[in-house]
Design a protein around this ligand. Structure first.
Ligand code: ASP
Length: 322
């Protein structure tokens, strides 16, 4: 090898090293594929604020909405793999969508995992003017209005949609799904009485449940939520086994430098260990993963396992793209 070429290579390698050591040197964008003010947006903002304290740069939230979150994920997949664009997503966007939409990217191979984020169960909620007072009464009311009773969702394949489809399958209900660009706008319409129900992420509905502007029927978990102990579990409310936990995560475009991934992961670990951050998340009904789950490898393994579990189920449900 010519010495000038070798020198050039060494300089390039040195520059890449230096870039990794100083990363990040400018603001980092987190692409949230749902509307501002919703549950995905809330987690991304709470963590982003705290990650700034660790990494010294602002974390900007870009809400790229539509088609069950698949447009926002596509935006992140196509971004430069330099650590400055992060894809926020969940079971719906990063698993279910691939079994529903004809996507120009592959979730398991076009993104690199960074870290698993807090998860939360769903809660069945309705507009206050609906006559039901229990989950059994709600199901009976929905059955008297087949195809007319409306369920707001954050789009085909979103958490609220998968949970609604699951509830249909368990009960024989037929719901009219109304897709929004996130459950923040769906919740606004529920409060206004424009739609009948949402099978919503608990963290999204919690404030409106507390203020009494919507009615909660059941939590899709084996245990009650510590922050809302009055809401029965699905087992207690008469729909046993209707469990669903929506987990979240962060990914980066394939080929992002390892150093950037390590720093992002460490910043999330630090954020989730901060008592003030923990309190904000737990107050929303979110559960924080164990420390050993907070590695890129753990998210990679979990993501693959969830895809293997859910793709056949979702394909069998024959959910149509929006
Ligand atoms: N996570 C979505 C949002 O932030 C809602 C969903 O998936 O149901 O709006």
């Amino acid at each position: 090898m010519k010495s000038s070429l070798l020198a050039a290579l060494l300089i390039t390698a040195g520059a890449a090293d230096a870039a990794a050591q100083t990363y990040p040197t400018k603001p980092v964008t987190i692409v949230v594929p749902f509307a501002a003010g919703g549950p995905s947006d809330a987690i991304a903002r709470i963590l982003g604020d705290r990650m700034k304290a660790t990494l010294g740069q602002p974390f900007l939230i870009e809400n790229v909405t539509g088609a069950g979150g698949s447009i926002g994920v596509g935006r992140a997949v196509r971004a430069a793999p330099d650590g400055y664009t992060i894809s926020f997503g969940h079971l719906g966007t990063h698993v279910a969508n691939q079994a529903i939409y004809p996507l120009p990217y592959d979730m398991l191979t076009d993104l690199d995992p960074v870290v698993l984020l807090p998860s939360n169960p769903m809660v069945v909620v309705s507009r206050n003017s609906l006559p039901a007072k229990s989950l059994q009464e709600l199901i009976a009311w929905l059955k008297t209005n087949p195809d007319k009773a409306s369920a707001g969702t954050a789009g085909a394949g979103s958490g609220s949609h998968i949970a609604g489809v699951y509830m249909q399958n368990l009960t024989g209900l037929r719901l009219q799904f109304v897709p929004y660009r996130g459950t923040a706008p769906a919740l606004t319409d529920l409060v206004a009485g424009q739609i009948d129900i949402i099978v919503d992420q608990a963290s999204n509905s919690m404030q409106q449940i507390r203020s009494g502007s919507i009615r909660a029927y059941a939590i899709t978990d084996r245990k009650r939520l510590a922050v809302a102990p009055d809401i029965p579990t699905v087992d207690e409310a008469g729909l046993p086994g209707f469990y669903m936990t929506l987990w979240n995560g962060l990914w980066v475009p394939k080929g992002t430098p390892k150093e950037a991934i390590t720093k992002l992961d460490a910043a999330v670990v630090e954020a989730l260990a901060d008592p003030a951050v923990k309190k904000r998340l737990v107050d929303l009904g979110l559960e924080i993963p164990e420390r050993d789950q907070l590695t890129p490898e753990a998210l990679g393994a979990w993501h693959k396992a969830e895809a293997a579990k859910w793709w056949p189920i979702i394909k069998a449900a024959n959910i149509r793209p929006e």
